[in-house]
Design a protein around this ligand. Structure first.
Ligand SMILES: *[C@@H]1O[C@H](CO)[C@@H](O)[C@H](O)[C@H]1NC(C)=O
Ligand SMILES: *[C@@H]1O[C@H](CO)[C@@H](O)[C@H](O)[C@H]1NC(C)=O
Ligand SMILES: *[C@@H]1O[C@H](CO)[C@@H](O)[C@H](O)[C@H]1NC(C)=O
Ligand SMILES: *[C@@H]1O[C@H](CO)[C@@H](O)[C@H](O)[C@H]1NC(C)=O
Length: 325
C-alpha cells in the first residue's frame, strides 16, 4: 500500500505549563479540576490528567469533565475519567483546557476552565524536513505462519530550505506501543539523511491504528525543528487482493476450529449419553448368559477330565509301582 503526504510545520514538546483560570465564579457551585497536566507519553502521543477539586462538596451530583483541545486542532469532548490519551502532532505545541460539569443533566453551571500547554519545540520551521512521503509494502512470508504478512516502511524527504549544511536528521516511527528508530538511511552528497528504510516493522497491514512518524535533527549552527506526521493506513490503494487471501485463511482456520469443536462436543455428548443411558441390556446379557451357560459345562467337563486323568495317572503309577514289584 502507498501512503503519501507532504510536510507542514515542525516542532518539539516542552514542559506542561499549568495555569488556573481567574477567580472562581461565585454563582458556580462546581469547582474546576486541579493538577491538570499534559505529558508526552510517546511519539505524537500525550496524556492529559487532572484531579477532582478536593474542595468540591460531595453532593448528589455526578460529576464529569469537558475537555477542549485548543491546539494544534480544536476539539471538544466530555468524559467521566480524570485522564485522556490523545494522538496528535506535537511540533506546533499542544494546549488544552478542562472544566468540571454536572454529568447527569443537572442544571448546575459548569466550573471555570483550567488550562495547560506544551510549548512548541525550538527551531525555525524552515529547518525541518520537507515533502515527507512514506510508502508501506506488505509482503507475504510463508515461513512465518504466525505473522505471514510483513510490512516494510520507506520514507523520503527533502532537507529543510533553511537547514544548515551540517544538519543531520533522525527518523522514527510509532505504531501502537512500538517505536523504532531508523537503522538504514539513504544520504545526500553532504551525508545528510534524506530517506529511511525499515525492512520489517510492527505495522499491521489491516490494523486500524494511526502510523506516527517523527523526524528531528541536530546542527551546530541552529536548532532543528522536529516534524510529526500521522498516516491512516486503511487509505492504502494495491492491497485489494491480499485481504481476500487473508480473509480466506481466517475463514479456513475458523471453519477447522468449528469442526474440531463440534467433533469434541459430539464425543463428549456421546460419552455423557452412555453414562446417562447405559447400554440396552438385552443383547449383551444374552451373550453373557450364553457364556455363563457354556463355561460351567466346560468347567465341569474339564474337571471331570482332570479327575479322570489323575485317576488314571494314579492308577498308572500304581500300576507302574506294581509293575516294579
Ligand atoms: C496537586 O497539587 C498540589 C499543589 O499544586 C499538591 O500539593 C498535591 O499533592 C497534588 N496532588 C497530587 C495527588 O499529586
Ligand atoms: C515540496 O512541497 C511543496 C509544497 O508542499 C511543493 O511546492 C514543492 O514543489 C515540493 N518539492 C518537491 C521537490 O517535490
Ligand atoms: C520470513 O520470516 C522468517 C521467520 O520470521 C525470517 O527469518 C525471514 O527472514 C523472512 N523472510 C523475509 C524475506 O523477510
Ligand atoms: C529525536 O527524537 C527522539 C525520539 O523522541 C529522541 O529520543 C531524540 O533525543 C531526539 N533527538 C534530537 C536531536 O532531538
Amino acid at each position: 500500500g502507498i501512503i503519501m503526504a507532504s510536510a507542514s510545520l515542525i516542532l518539539l514538546w516542552a514542559m506542561a505549563i499549568l495555569r488556573a483560570d481567574s477567580l472562581p465564579d461565585k454563582n458556580s457551585l462546581l469547582l474546576p479540576p486541579t493538577n491538570f497536566t499534559i505529558n508526552v507519553i510517546g511519539l505524537a502521543q500525550v496524556l492529559l490528567r487532572w484531579e477532582p477539586n478536593p474542595d468540591q462538596e460531595p453532593g448528589n451530583v455526578e460529576l464529569g469533565y469537558r475537555v477542549r483541545i485548543n491546539a494544534p486542532q480544536e476539539e471538544d469532548y466530555e468524559t467521566r475519567n480524570t485522564e485522556s490519551k490523545r494522538v496528535t502532532v506535537l511540533h506546533q505545541g499542544f494546549s488544552a483546557s478542562v472544566q468540571t460539569i454536572p454529568w447527569d443533566g443537572h442544571s448546575l453551571l459548569a466550573s471555570n476552565w483550567v488550562s495547560a500547554e506544551l510549548k512548541a519545540p525550538p527551531g525555525s520551521p524552515g529547518t525541518s524536513i520537507m515533502n515527507l512521503t512514506c510508502t508501506t509494502t506488505t509482503t507475504l512470508n510463508n515461513s512465518n505462519p504466525l505473522r505471514p504478512y510483513q510490512v516494510s516502511l520507506y520514507c523520503t524527504w527533502l532537507v529543510g530550505k533553511d537547514a544548515p549544511e551540517d544538519t543531520q536528521y533522525f527518523f522514527y516511527y510509532r505504531y501502537g506501543s512500538s517505536t523504532e528508530e531508523c537503522q538504514e538511511y539513504r544520504k545526500d552528497t553532504l551525508k545528510r539523511n534524506i530517506a529511511c528504510w525499515f525492512p520489517r516493522t510492527f505495522i499491521r497491514s489491516r490494523g486500524s491504528d494511526l502510523l506516527a512518524v517523527h523526524a528531528n535533527g541536530s546542527s551546530q549552527c541552529a536548532a532543528i525543528k522536529p516534524l510529526d506526521q500521522l498516516f491512516a493506513l486503511h487509505a492504502i490503494g494495491n492491497d485489494d487482493q491480499k485481504p481476500s487471501t487473508e480473509w480466506f485463511l481466517i475463514v479456513l482456520v475458523a471453519t477447522i476450529c468449528f469442526i474440531l469443536l463440534i467433533f469434541t462436543l459430539i464425543c463428549k455428548i456421546g460419552h455423557l449419553w452412555t453414562r446417562l443411558f447405559p447400554p440396552v441390556p438385552a443383547p449383551k446379557n444374552s451373550l453373557k448368559d450364553f457364556l455363563v451357560i457354556v463355561s460351567p459345562e466346560k468347567t465341569v467337563s474339564s474337571e471331570t477330565e482332570i479327575e479322570v486323568i489323575s485317576y488314571v495317572e494314579e492308577s498308572g503309577l500304581e500300576t507302574l509301582e506294581d509293575s516294579v514289584f
